[in-house]
Design a protein around this ligand. Structure first.
Ligand code: NAD
Length: 310
């Protein structure tokens, strides 16, 4: 349970961003442009299907167009490259997103490298990674970009503060560290081989956790008053684990009884929330921000193209 004055309300900030994006979509429509996001899904991973559906729904709600290209798991590399080439060349398409993970036989890096950097709304193309590194960001990965929006809109300025990021993935950890660095924080980037994780994380005034390990961050990892952002997302179906993570939390137990599962993050919120200054919930924290920023990136891609087209 998070006390209301400690809550970092990602869902509220995401709704704010979506309203702004919807207004930008209307302004573009008045100039004859409807932003379009094309999502490529290969195979039938159920989690990916859920993500892709929610992206299409969000696009429609904001007045954008969205096309999903669902391909069978047997799709070969050449076929997928052909589709990416066609979407790159299609002037109607502003954003291209290839849902990961791809089947093992297809090298993800080769596919992501092939996407036109101007349409790379995930911000994973080496050109966009390089621009971010140089401090002139164009299309920035959605999850870390959303976290920066959350901090800014909640009045948390990283300038001069000690920020610790747990996780060094290309999708979250590394771009997160870079964004915090550009916002003038003193950044430490931790990972699975960090020798004394708790010592590092206890030094954080701002702690961002994206390790993909359920409940990794406990009370011993957090300094009093720290801002804690939990990127992790796990579905827990084991009653004993739910009872351990959320003792005496009737809401979580009721949700578990109803659905047979509850969501939790990389942070043991029950034990960390009493120590933290501010903290994101799971769900309702980083997840909604990620999708809001995908919408914002699609509008940005459409706007940049319009500005660049003679
Ligand atoms: P990843 O598996 O690619 O990377 C995990 C990172 O954590 C690695 O760099 C690894 O070194 C580090 N790590 C693993 N165990 C550790 C440990 N014990 N101590 C310290 N570091 C450790 O994961 P990712 O794609 O960055 O995602 C991380 C988590 O965030 C996952 O739970 C994922 O589901 C979630 N996620 C959520 C959203 C969202 O929108 N809510 C978006 C992206 C990722």
């Amino acid at each position: 349970m998070i006390e209301p004055d400690k809550l970092l309300d990602g869902a509220r900030v995401a709704a704010e961003i979506r309203d702004e994006v919807a207004a930008e979509v209307q302004a573009l429509a008045a100039r004859g442009v409807t932003p379009r996001l094309d999502v490529v899904l290969v195979g039938d991973d159920p989690a990916s299907e859920v993500y892709v559906r929610s992206k299409a729904k969000a696009s429609a709600e904001l007045g954008m167009r969205s096309v999903t290209h669902a391909l069978p798991a047997s799709t070969g590399r050449a076929e997928l490259e052909g589709l990416v080439d066609r979407l790159n060349a299609d002037t109607e398409v502003h954003g291209i997103l290839v849902q990961l993970p791809l089947p093992a036989a297809i090298p993800s890096a080769a596919i992501l490298d092939r996407i036109d950097p101007g349409k790379d709304v995930d911000g994973f193309h080496p050109v966009n990674v390089g621009l971010l590194q140089q401090g002139r960001p164009r299309l920035v990965p959605c999850t870390p970009a959303g976290i920066m929006e959350l901090l800014a809109r909640e009045g948390i300025d990283p300038k001069g503060r000690r920020a610790v990021v747990v996780g060094r993935s290309d999708i979250v950890g590394k771009p997160m560290a870079m964004l915090l660095l550009h916002a003038h924080a003193t950044v430490t980037l931790c990972h699975s081989r960090t020798a004394d994780l708790a010592a590092a994380t206890r030094s954080a005034e701002i702690l961002i956790v994206a390790a993909g390990r359920r409940g990794l961050i406990g009370a011993e990892h957090v300094a009093p008053g720290a801002v804690v952002v939990d990127v992790g997302m796990h579905r827990v179906t084991d009653r004993a684990v739910v009872e351990k993570l959320f003792p005496g939390d009737p809401k979580k137990m009721a949700a578990f009884e109803k659905r047979g599962a509850v969501l939790c993050g990389d942070v043991d919120t029950t034990r960390v929330a009493p120590i933290a200054g501010r903290i994101t919930p799971v769900p309702g924290g980083v997840g909604p921000l990620t999708i809001a920023m995908l919408m914002a990136n699609t509008v940005r891609a459409a706007t940049l193209r319009r500005e660049e087209t003679p």
